[in-house]
Design a protein around this ligand. Structure first.
Ligand SMILES: [Zn+2]
Length: 70
Protein backbone atom coordinates (compact mmCIF):
# COMPACT_ATOMS: atom_id res chain seq x y z
CA UNK A 1 0.00 0.00 0.00
CA UNK A 2 1.10 3.56 -0.66
CA UNK A 3 2.48 5.00 2.49
CA UNK A 4 3.87 8.48 3.15
CA UNK A 5 7.62 8.31 3.65
CA UNK A 6 7.84 11.26 6.00
CA UNK A 7 5.47 13.12 8.27
CA UNK A 8 4.30 16.39 6.73
CA UNK A 9 5.41 19.42 8.70
CA UNK A 10 2.86 21.57 10.48
CA UNK A 11 3.79 24.40 8.10
CA UNK A 12 2.99 22.29 5.07
CA UNK A 13 -0.35 21.20 6.56
CA UNK A 14 -1.23 24.74 7.64
CA UNK A 15 -0.36 26.19 4.24
CA UNK A 16 -2.66 23.70 2.56
CA UNK A 17 -5.49 24.44 4.95
CA UNK A 18 -4.94 28.19 4.73
CA UNK A 19 -5.40 28.14 0.95
CA UNK A 20 -8.80 26.45 1.26
CA UNK A 21 -10.52 28.30 4.10
CA UNK A 22 -11.38 31.45 2.18
CA UNK A 23 -15.09 31.91 1.45
CA UNK A 24 -16.13 34.15 -1.39
CA UNK A 25 -19.21 36.32 -1.14
CA UNK A 26 -22.22 35.05 -3.09
CA UNK A 27 -22.87 36.80 -6.38
CA UNK A 28 -25.77 39.18 -6.13
CA UNK A 29 -28.09 40.66 -8.73
CA UNK A 30 -30.82 43.26 -8.52
CA UNK A 31 -34.44 42.26 -8.15
CA UNK A 32 -36.45 43.22 -11.26
CA UNK A 33 -39.43 44.17 -9.12
CA UNK A 34 -38.09 46.12 -6.15
CA UNK A 35 -34.39 46.56 -6.97
CA UNK A 36 -33.21 44.96 -3.76
CA UNK A 37 -30.07 42.81 -3.99
CA UNK A 38 -30.97 39.15 -4.40
CA UNK A 39 -29.17 36.03 -5.52
CA UNK A 40 -29.58 35.10 -9.19
CA UNK A 41 -32.15 32.35 -9.87
CA UNK A 42 -33.60 32.82 -6.39
CA UNK A 43 -36.81 34.37 -5.17
CA UNK A 44 -36.26 37.92 -3.97
CA UNK A 45 -36.06 37.86 -0.16
CA UNK A 46 -37.43 41.40 0.08
CA UNK A 47 -40.63 41.16 -1.99
CA UNK A 48 -41.03 37.47 -2.93
CA UNK A 49 -41.01 38.04 -6.68
CA UNK A 50 -39.30 35.79 -9.20
CA UNK A 51 -39.55 36.13 -12.98
CA UNK A 52 -42.05 38.96 -12.69
CA UNK A 53 -44.43 36.81 -10.65
CA UNK A 54 -45.36 37.05 -7.00
CA UNK A 55 -44.50 33.62 -5.63
CA UNK A 56 -44.29 34.24 -1.91
CA UNK A 57 -46.60 36.79 -0.41
CA UNK A 58 -44.76 38.53 2.37
CA UNK A 59 -46.53 38.70 5.68
CA UNK A 60 -47.43 42.18 6.78
CA UNK A 61 -47.13 43.02 10.42
CA UNK A 62 -50.49 43.39 12.07
CA UNK A 63 -51.08 46.31 14.33
CA UNK A 64 -50.37 45.36 17.88
CA UNK A 65 -53.50 44.80 19.85
CA UNK A 66 -54.05 47.24 22.63
CA UNK A 67 -53.65 45.76 26.10
CA UNK A 68 -56.96 44.96 27.83
CA UNK A 69 -58.14 47.79 29.97
CA UNK A 70 -59.45 47.16 33.46
ZN1 LIG B 1 -37.73 42.17 -4.89
Amino acid sequence: MANPKKKHTRMRTDLRRHANWRISAPSMSKCSNCGAPSRPHHICPACGFYGGELLIAKKTKKKEDQPPQQ
